[in-house]
Design a binder for this molecule. Sequence first.
Ligand SMILES: *Cc1c(COP(=O)(O)O)cnc(C)c1O
Length: 459
Amino acid sequence: MFKTIIEPFRIKVVEQIRMTTPEQREEMIRAAGYNIFALHSDDVIIDLLTDSGTGAMSANQWGGVMRGDESYAGSPSYFHFRDSVQDITGFEYVIPTHQGRAAERILFSVMCGEGDVVPNNSHFDTTRANVEARGAIALDLPSTELADMDSDYPFKGDMDVEGLRAAFAEHGAARIPLVMLTVTNNSGGGQPVSMANVREVAAVCREFDTPLYLDACRIAENAYFIKQREPGYADTSVRTIVREMCGLTQGCTMSAKKDAIVNMGGFLATRDPELAREEKNLLILTEGFPTYGGLSGRDLEAIAIGMQEGIDEDYLHYRITSTRYVGQHLRDAGVPLLWPTGGHAIYLDAERFAAHLEPTQFPGVSVAIALYLLGGVRACEIGTLMFGRHDPDTGQESAGPRELVRLAIPRRVYTQSHMDYVIEVVVKAFEERDSLPAYRIVEQAPVLRHFSAKLEPVR
Ligand SMILES: *Cc1c(COP(=O)(O)O)cnc(C)c1O
């Protein structure tokens, strides 16, 4: 009836934001070597660097933190956590880990070896690194629709099923120990995967007797998109959709720092008792005893409660609508971005935003720094600084595959007026786009250079 979607929570505790002036920010970004990762976060007004571990816990979760039982073995907090994850996913064996990548490391250590191939709609960077650490090949099979930034296609996160069949034909089922689907597809712009796609991928996996796992970090957001967009699901609850997705697969990894709305934690889940036994043996080696897995009892309580809050439909309605609200307003102002908006982030297209800059002049860096200078908004470049290559012999830079700037939205942290402010800042940067400077790198590390590189504007 009313068009305003309110935040379905009220605020009990607040965290002061330190306001800064453009002159102060000019100084701070220079001191940071023009690298947003080197900024102190209290020098940022609106921090959209990531949605991982940055959510606001509820009063209920904080209550759970106080109830957390810190017994080494058999803590009631573990059983609360296990029951909550079983309730939502239906997976019988649930193994806590300190975050998502620890679950990945254990899963791939048990399942993959040298020369194996792991297909995924798109590997997240830690997932890829953990597959490659086993000597296996991380094969991305995104849908062809993902390449079109402007189309309305509702499920750009889908896996390319023909590509998956081709991978089985090329490498043989014996070299493909598992297939993974990342929901939502984080490296693919936070775009959702359709139930039809999960079903088709599961059918191919069944044909080759290969297990299918979910990278389930944002499964609640994905399920909400299915409810909104996929024919036949409008009247199905998100809870039922999540169960159906999990029901088509053999297990999952999950970073609880995303849709379980906690600041730290993750888990690995499976239906296979033998696999679970092997995984627990590895867990003990590096993470901890299987009833805590590197987490405190209080963390397990917070995850148990957060898993349930993350699938609440009033929360998801607000979450997805507010992300879309930002995207829609930017699009209306002509700002180029990946459309439709995903669940957790807006991805600006810096190639078109700063069209006068070549990829090797770091248009994404230039846009991200403009947002910081203008409004103290911190966003993340996903472009040539992150994925380009530097040849140390010739000094030549080569471009990354895309020039994006990600505005990731923490869960339950910012209000609509914060988002209106972000929209204003981005639109202002877009109006001034012709004056955005090129950047060059003055210092860089040989790997993962985006975290520590020092840059300077070319005037
Ligand atoms: C965050 C993330 C991970 C890794 O989880 P961490 O908790 O950061 O280790 C894996 N996959 C996806 C899709 C993610 O977004």
